[in-house]
Design a protein around this ligand. Sequence first.
Ligand code: HEC
Length: 126
Amino acid sequence: MKLNCLILAAAMVLPAGLALADGDAVAGAKVFKKCMACHTATEPTNKVGPSLMGIVGRPVATVEGYKYSAAMVAFGAGKIWDEAELTAYLPDPRGLVKGTKMAFPGLKAPEDIANVIAYLKDPTAK
Ligand code: HEC
C-alpha cells in the first residue's frame, strides 16, 4: 500500500516527457539544424530567435538584449526551461505559448525532442 502511494506520487510529480529525456546529444545536433535558421546554442548571439546557449535550466524569456513577444514574457513568468517545459513546448510552440513569434511548427517525434534537449544541454557533443 505504501509502495503504491509512492509510485502514484512519483507519477504525478514526474512530467510525462521525463521517461524520454535520456536523449542522444549527437543525434540532437542533427535535429538542431531545424532550429539553426533562428538560433545558435554555442554562442551568446541572438538571431531571429534568442541565443539558446545554456537554455536548459534557464528562466524563460531572459536573454539579455532580445526582444521577446509579450506572449512569451507572460508565459514565462516564474517558469524555467527545464526538460519538462521544453518537452511541452517543442511539439507545438504556438499551441503552448499562444501568440509567440517563434514561427516553427514543432517537432513531432518524441525522440527528436529528447535528442535536441540532450544537445541543448551539451552543444559541444560530437
Ligand atoms: C523561424 C525561426 C525559429 C525557428 C526555426 C526556431 N525558433 Fe525558437 N524561437 C524563435 C523566436 C522568434 C523566439 C522568441 C519567441 C517569442 O518571443 O515569442 C524563439 C524562442 C525559443 C525558445 C525560448 C527562449 C527563451 O529564451 O525563453 C526556445 C527554448 C526555442 N525557441 C527553442 C527552439 C528549438 C529547440 C528549435 C528547433 C527545434 C527552434 N526554437 C526553432 C524562432 C525560431
